[in-house]
Design a protein around this ligand. Structure first.
Ligand code: NAD
Length: 373
């Protein structure tokens, strides 16, 4: 069983899908690991560190030669994939909806493409979930980005020259990233409020010492929602939410938006007119900018000044902390593959529940029902 670890070639991608720690663990399972030279460089892992962990280090062609499993952070360009074993697995964040054409190419290459972001939200898969591990750190970093762009302080500060008042921060969308954003903004001393469409988040917001701001006139999603995910809300709910946001947002200094709906554009939560009511110098970080944006005018990868408000369109925040995010991503991949490792076969064998959820292609065809349906 040969595992190849690719160097990421996408612009701005700094992470790597295996660390010396996970290389050692794979070798412990009886696998051979081949790392593309320079794969860990941007995450502060030298080729020599992989070598010391027992991996071979070489060109992309060397790494791919005879590989049974290919590990990557993002889906690699199909054109550069050659020389791997028949039916090899490609396990990565494949962005199946956004990179649909690539999925067809992976099928044509005979790869079994496994999209790690399709990991089901079940208890036993928690340690394999790249969305959670990356969103957690991204939620933290989004608040630091906001603090950095904000021309004022977060905590209340009493100085000899007078008092600086605490920033008011509002987190919209309280999933994994939102919870971490609340906790981080609180640690920095902001007064924090938060909202979501899922009723279960109210208690979580309170438990972090923040104030829940919820639509009370129209029912939201009871409990967690199917698979922990939100769905698109009714027009009536959207109207009530817009009214609530309008009255709250004008008093906020910092807003972090994280709302996503799988397979659909991100819901629009802040309009241009609402932005215009905010105090000049306020900062918004739109963590959903790459999925269409929660904030009107937000552009992924750009910081724009709109009506005096700095609107930061987040793009791959996880890549700003590559040492930690790579370590967690790599463990997610190891936890996934090792959980299914069949000692006798010397390779992983997926079960139906997780296999059918993550497998996009098999036997030259696209097989995932979320892509076919
Ligand atoms: P997500 O990234 O899909 O969305 C972020 C948040 O935005 C969610 O809380 C969602 O409810 C919210 N949202 C969507 N539309 C909205 C709107 N119109 N207005 C306001 N908020 C809106 O979510 P996530 O961070 O991946 O997590 C969602 C839930 O799933 C959490 O409760 C999390 O703990 C759970 N989860 C469980 C597992 C597991 O058990 N293995 C793994 C990951 C997440």
């Amino acid at each position: 069983m040969r595992i190849a670890v690719l160097k990421e070639l996408a612009a701005g991608e700094t992470r790597v899908a295996a660390t010396p720690e996970t290389v050692k663990k794979f070798i412990g399972l009886g696998a051979e690991v081949a790392v593309e030279s320079g794969a860990g460089e941007a995450a502060s892992i030298a080729d020599a560190d992989y070598g010391a962990a027992g991996a071979s280090v070489g060109s992309r062609a060397d790494a791919l030669k005879g590989a049974n499993i290919i590990l990557a952070i993002q889906g690699p360009d199909p054109k550069g994939l050659k020389g791997f074993a028949d039916g090899a697995w490609l396990a990565a964040g494949l962005n199946p909806f956004g990179e649909r054409a690539r999925v067809d190419d992976y099928a044509k290459l005979g790869l079994e493409a496994l999209a790690m972001e399709f990991m089901p939200r079940i208890t036993r898969a928690q340690s394999m979930d790249i969305l959670s591990s990356q969103a957690n750190l991204a939620g933290y970093k989004a608040v630091l980005m906001a603090a950095n762009a904000y021309g004022r302080a977060f905590p209340m500060m009493m100085t000899a020259a007078g008092t600086v008042s605490a920033a008011k921060a509002f987190v919209m969308g309280v999933g994994v990233a939102g919870l971490q954003a609340i906790a981080t903004a609180r640690r920095l001393g902001a007064q924090v409020s938060a909202t979501d469409v899922r009723a279960a988040t109210k208690e979580q917001i309170l438990s972090l010492g923040a104030k829940p701001i919820f639509v009370e006139t129209v029912a939201g999603i009871e409990g967690e929602g199917a698979g922990g995910y939100a769905t698109e809300m009714s027009d009536e709910y959207k109207a009530a939410q817009a009214e609530l946001v309008s009255s709250h947002i004008a008093k906020q200094d910092i807003v972090i938006t994280t709302a996503l709906i799988p397979g659909r554009p991100a819901p629009r939560l802040i309009s241009d007119a609402q932005l215009a009511t905010m105090r000049a110098g306020s900062v918004i970080v739109d963590m959903a900018a790459e999925s269409g944006g929660n904030v009107e005018g937000a552009v992924a990868g750009e910081a724009k000044r709109i009506h005096g408000v700095t609107v930061i369109g987040a793009q791959n925040i996880a890549a700003l902390m590559p040492a930690d995010t790579s370590a967690l991503f790599s463990r997610n991949l190891f936890n996934f593959l090792s959980a299914f490792w069949d000692k006798e076969a010397g390779k992983p064998v997926l079960d139906e529940e997780i296999g059918n959820a993550v497998r996009l292609t098999q036997g030259g065809k696209v097989v995932n029902e979320r892509l076919l349906g």
